[in-house]
Design a protein around this ligand. Structure first.
Ligand SMILES: Nc1ncnc2c1ncn2[C@@H]1O[C@H](COP(=O)(O)OP(=O)(O)OP(=O)(O)O)[C@@H](O)[C@H]1O
Ligand SMILES: Nc1ncnc2c1ncn2[C@@H]1O[C@H](COP(=O)(O)OP(=O)(O)OP(=O)(O)O)[C@@H](O)[C@H]1O
Ligand SMILES: [Mg+2]
Ligand SMILES: [Mg+2]
Lengths: 220, 220
């Protein structure tokens, strides 16, 4: 499903730039549940952003369902992203002045789901993450862990083929974290491919395979 | 040092508002290390914001060093806050276009530390949280866990009497989290009062006392 060859990512910094990824080659099969671990600053989010088609590598190949993503235009990338990938950002990236329902239905406007069904789908997924009493709130009126769950709900609402979740439980208590991980586990059993960045070993135990990054390389 | 009596906080929402705190009475002695735990949405950050003089309660009393904080003007509150309290936000609240040194020296401009010493103090604390290679970066060029450590460094730079740290390790791997907790532990041994919101039981084990919130009340 996903195949990368020798990916690098160099951010502009000073004269030579900063290499956040130094040659990542990774194969992910359809239906896998992969955890990506590693120290703070090791390149996990950078790798996720490239796999999630949100950013381009500096060099190296990325094949998604056999097609070379690097050769795509921005418009094509956005289309692939909206149809196939659900992305939950580490920094949430919610629209601060839109309600939770508006935030979660945003991806549905790309996938031509009929309008009257969109709010219902959004309500269902918000209820699954425990936010049924906050539908008409805006993200600025929520706690940190509540915003984090909205970001995850938005990633799941479109039933994507691939879910990229970047540290989805950092602001959640243990019981709520477990509910989120159980939900991801169920989606994986139904065939969804899940790539989870986490530094929590209990979360990682739900995955079938764990890779560990350090200084932009896969060390395990 | 800190004494609250029957604090409530009602956010504007619909007709009756939403009661995030429902009568919190709490005493914190000088030099304590207190952990505040509880489910996502239980009122931890709301309580921290009031104790840290960033927000006012809807009702109830808050005495800081015997003085009634509720009776203070905004200007007086800002003065108390800058001199006595170091606050590390759950959402970091960094200046996105300022460098790390500029972000961390900001509190020092209030406390009349001579300019040439400010950068040196900022560099020292940034080095202690492991960011010595990123002094001239801006927060937008950092990973989630790196931003989180800058927020904590800014809270510590002014050697405050009280440190309020709201989930300071949610984006950090286990080894980095432990370094941060060891550092807080050392500061507490030197007499700093620490109030730590966390949902990580390993972090809470560094504290001397744990209180648990649920639906805006102390349940334990
Ligand atoms: N401005 C607001 N308007 C309405 N409700 C609010 C507002 N801010 C917070 N709340 C609500 O108050 C409750 C407590 O929020 P708070 O941020 O204190 O929770 P928390 O314990 O810190 O949660 P977390 O662990 O997820 O960070 C939440 O249910 C939240 O939705
Ligand atoms: N725009 C940028 N410019 C320069 N350096 C950057 C930029 N974005 C990220 N970096 C650096 O690249 C490295 C990897 O960042 P990344 O966000 O991928 O780390 P991470 O593994 O997700 O860390 P965390 O667990 O703290 O979220 C970090 O050291 C960071 O400082
Ligand atoms: Mg990250
Ligand atoms: Mg909070």
């Amino acid at each position: 499903l996903i195949e990368t060859e020798d990916l690098t990512k160099v951010y502009p910094m000073g004269k030579e730039g900063f290499a956040a990824l130094n040659g990542i080659s990774l194969s992910i099969e359809r239906g896998e549940f992969l955890a990506v671990m590693g120290p703070s600053g090791s390149g996990k989010s950078t790798l996720m952003n490239i796999i999630g088609c949100l950013d381009s590598p500096t060099s190296g190949k990325y094949l998604l369902e056999g097609e070379d993503v690097g050769a795509k235009s921005d418009l094509e990338l956005a289309g692939i992203r909206n149809q196939k990938i659900g992305f939950a950002f580490q920094s949430f990236n919610l629209l601060p002045r839109a309600t939770l329902i508006e935030n979660v239905t945003l991806p549905l406007s790309y996938s031509r789901v009929p309008r009257r069904q969109r709010a219902q789908k959004a309500e269902e997924i918000l209820q699954r993450v425990g936010l049924e009493t906050k539908f008409n709130q805006t993200p600025t009126e929520l706690s940190g862990g509540e915003q984090q769950r909205v970001a995850l709900a938005r990633a799941l609402v479109n039933n994507p083929v691939i879910i990229c979740a970047d540290e989805p439980t950092g602001n959640l208590d243990t019981a709520t974290s477990r509910e989120i991980m159980e939900m991801l586990s169920e989606l994986n059993k139904d065939g969804t491919t899940i790539i989870l960045v986490t530094h929590d070993s209990e979360n990682a135990s739900y995955a079938k395979r764990i890779i560990t990054l350090r200084d932009g390389r896969i060390v395990r």
